[in-house]
Design a protein around this ligand. Structure first.
Ligand code: NOJ
Length: 795
């Protein structure tokens, strides 16, 4: 049986070929590709006909978005939205949810405003809408784009039923620093995996047809490079080379645009000194001219007004700069609505600039069919139906990463649990916690539907399950942490309060563990305002007294299985050397308990792989596998100097290894897989052939065999290294992957195509190119893959 690895479908990419190979070799460039859904003549005629009837104030009305529900940022406006809508001064709203609420404003806009232009309602639908699926970082850990597509599909269907045709998803920011809380919303550190996921999210929401009644337009965010925040502090500046920007950070946005994304969201951060929400280079040069984006750009919440804090001008100036750079809609900034008209009248902003922004917004409204079907049919109240729950469970099953499963003397491997354990102690603040396994940005997800691990294990074990909470997630944390986690004013009913006596609850947990054959610890983070936006951390360990709890239970000598429930890579160093079995379960959503139990009991063989490197110590951050080389590598396969492990003058830390504790791509299974020596169909290829088209020029093949006794799924990964480029290239880069399911003893042949798309890099002229060189190629089950072959590209 033969599987061909995942490779994106290409649209049209004509190449500019320079015939001379003398100085800079031939260059292959991308040409802008129009989005067929937004570029048709008929659509543009409708848009222009409407635009020609609009007054300046009505045009500006299309450029503003207000939050009339709850706030997802500071300083929400509190205006008379009914009056504004009746005047045609509300192009869009966010945080208004449900058929009744959205229809209320829509009736006013459509029936009372002069030109009857419908409002476009947007919302943060991030990992499902009413049915909460695993968080995006977890979905990326499945390495299964079809899983992302499923989550997006359910999200769109449920959002549309609630009157929302526009979702603020996917977040495609590359995240290489888990101090940044928003890593939970990302697909992790890698542009290749991130691009595959970006395409899948877009497809799931938009279905390649925005006019379908259950499609939702995406807003790809946060353009651009928001994940590169210095020191992992949210909203912080980004300062990086243009090569890194293009070769790493922009890749997934481009993939999303190629997949037909209807809108993008501009970011809060500055990029090399120019704010992302007033950046002509990213918003116009790259997005419009190079990529040919036809949709519209909405600012992030208040990002236009915040340009004043970036000190690039007063209100009128920053609004002019944002609009001029290509931010078409002002989210909750209330600046376009108040200062653009007078500037147009004063001749400071040419009216055609306003017209173009309005056109872009109207195109999306027409494409979504909002003019023909502006209202939402009220339906029955949401119910977590078995079918939706089953989908959430199936996706969650694929996302868990088995980090470690070492045999325990006299017991063997602890996982899967099967019948080995007569009595099981379930311990920890996340064992029976409905809210904190939903994940950040579960805006409309209701914790009451969540099946906890305690419930799921009780279903399987009955009174053979013992339980102790052990400690609160945050006991012992300082007052500021508590205040920020309990954000939103008064201490809510479900707020985290420090448990007064950890020593007592930990002692109770220890006693519980002693009565059992095995202890399962469910530890992690509060996903409520400790992860996600504005939730950066300087420490990456377990919060509160959880580490003490873990160490106390391990000290009983009972075998321990650690289930980590968190939306970022945590520092697991102590656990990795003292706990025999560790399962990373992220924030699994509504079916958390069932899905974790599926894997603990072996009904599902874990197949997830890390989309993000796990550090040994927070001081290694940002830590990612695709590092650039150094002249003094502490380890490494390309060292030209003699490798002496005791040499001091090498690129290393005094007090810690350079490597990740658990590297990118890592993940174990209940079975084992063996890899053959990879083959390459052509080991030498002429450069001109690589540059001539986007077709593969060679195929790397490998046989993967399940050598264990249970069926399993392996994510086969291909990495390469360009060993002689004019610009230094990462020591390894992912350039292919395939999920392969194998019965015990079964073997499959997997093939990875390589061509210009996999081999190119940006040269110093910012051109994508390939030069004569040798690529080292590795295939295996993680970024440590060692089965090797090579490819020579010759003149
Ligand atoms: C701010 C966040 O950065 C963005 O991701 C979100 O979509 C908007 N607020 C709207 O809630």
């Amino acid at each position: 049986m033969k599987t061909t690895a995942h490779r994106p479908l290409r649209l049209l990419f004509p190449l500019l070929l320079l015939t001379s190979l003398a100085a800079i070799p031939a260059i292959a460039q991308t040409r802008p590709v129009p989005n067929p859904q937004l570029a048709s003549r008929e659509l543009n005629e409708r848009v222009n006909a409407l635009l020609s009837k609009m007054t300046l104030d009505e045009k500006i009305g299309q450029l503003v978005q207000y939050s009339a529900g709850y706030a997802t940022g500071p300083g929400a406006s509190n205006l008379r939205y009914d009056e504004l809508a009746a005047k045609g001064a509300v192009g869009s709203m966010l945080n208004v949810v449900g058929a009744e609420a959205t229809n209320h404003y829509q009736h006013i806009a459509v029936e009372k405003s002069r030109l009857h232009i419908p409002i476009i309602f947007g919302l943060d639908v991030i990992h499902g809408h009413r049915t909460t699926f695993p968080v995006p970082l977890a979905v990326a850990a499945s390495w299964d784009p079809a899983a992302a597509e499923t989550v997006a599909r359910y999200g769109a269907v449920e959002a549309r039923a609630d009157g929302i045709p526009w979702v603020f998803s996917p977040m495609v920011d590359i995240a290489r620093d888990p101090r940044w809380g928003r890593i939970i919303e990302s697909s992790g550190e890698d542009p290749y995996l991130g691009s595959a996921m970006a395409r899948a999210w877009v497809k799931g929401y938009q279905q390649d047809d925005l006019s379908k009644p259950d499609s939702a337009a995406v807003s790809v965010k946060h353009f651009a490079a928001y994940g590169g925040a210095i020191a992992g502090r949210d909203y912080n500046a980004v300062d990086m080379s243009e090569i890194s920007l293009r070769q790493v950070y922009l890749k997934p946005y481009h993939a999303a645009v190629e997949a037909g994304a209807a809108t993008l969201m501009s970011s809060f951060n500055s990029i090399n000194g120019v704010p992302g929400s007033a950046n002509p280079f990213t918003l116009t040069q790259i997005l419009r001219h190079e990529w040919g984006f036809d949709g519209f750009v909405v600012s992030d919440w208040g990002a236009v007004a915040e340009l004043m804090n970036h000190s690039i001008g007063d209100g009128p100036t920053v609004a002019r700069k944002a609009l001029g750079a290509g931010v078409d809609m002002d989210m909750e900034g209330n600046l376009y609505g108040t200062v653009i008209a007078s500037q147009v009248r004063a001749g400071k902003i040419p009216e055609p600039v306003v017209d173009e922004a309005v056109r872009r917004i109207l195109r999306v409204k027409f494409a979504l069919g909002l003019f023909d079907h502006p209202y939402t049919q009220p339906g029955p109240a949401y119910d977590a139906t078995p079918e939706r729950r089953a989908a959430a469970r199936k996706v969650a099953d694929e996302t868990f990463v088995l980090l470690k499963n070492e045999p325990v003397e006299g017991v063997g491997a602890l996982l899967p649990l099967t019948a080995k354990a007569r009595k099981v102690a379930l311990i920890g603040p996340l064992a029976d916690n409905q809210r904190d396994v939903l994940g950040a940005w579960a805006v409309t997800g209701d914790p009451k539907y969540v099946v906890t691990l305690r419930t799921a294990l009780t279903e399987r074990l009955g009174d053979r399950l013992l339980y102790a909470e052990g400690c609160d997630l945050l006991s012992g944390e300082d007052a500021n942490v508590l205040k920020r986690v309990n954000f939103n004013g008064a201490v809510a009913e479900d707020a985290h309060l420090p448990v007064p006596d950890d020593a007592k609850t930990i002692a109770e947990a220890v006693e519980t563990a002693k009565q059992a054959d095995v202890a399962i610890l469910a530890l992690g983070e509060s996903t409520n305002w400790m992860e996600g936006e504005a939730s950066s951390r300087t420490k990456l360990g377990f919060t509160g007294a959880q580490e003490q709890l873990l160490e106390a239970v391990v000290a009983t000598g009972k075998p321990v299985i650690l289930v980590v429930l968190a939306g970022r890579p945590l520092e697991l160093k102590w656990a990795a050397s003292h706990v025999p079995a560790i399962l990373e379960a992220w924030s699994p959503g509504v079916e958390a308990g069932h899905a974790v139990a599926d894997v603990l009991f072996g009904d599902v063989n874990p197949s997830g792989k890390l989309p993000s490197s796990f550090p040994r110590a927070v001081g290694q951050e940002p830590l990612y596998y695709a590092q650039l080389p150094t002249g003094r590598p502490a380890h490494g396969d390309l060292g030209h100097l003699p490798q002496n492990p005791d040499e001091k003058f090498m690129s290393r830390y005094m007090d810690e290894e350079n490597s990740a504790l658990f590297p990118f791509g890592w993940g174990l299974s209940y079975t084992r897989f063996s890899y053959s020596q990879p083959t390459i169909s052509r080991a030498e290829v002429p450069l001109r052939e690589v540059l001539a088209s986007h077709k593969p020029v060679t195929m790397v093949g490998v046989d993967v065999k399940n050598t264990g006794s249970v069926a399993g799924t392996e994510v086969v990964q291909l990495y390469l290294r360009n060993t002689a480029a004019s610009v230094e290239q990462p020591v390894r880069e992912l350039k292919g992957f395939a999920r392969v399911t194998l019965a015990p003893g079964e073997q499959k042949h997997v093939e990875f195509p390589l061509g210009f798309d996999e081999l190119n890099f940006y040269n110093v002229q910012m051109q994508r190119t390939v030069e004569p060189t040798t690529y080292k190629i590795w295939v295996g089950g993680s970024s440590l893959a060692s089965a090797e072959t090579s490819l020579r590209v010759v003149e």
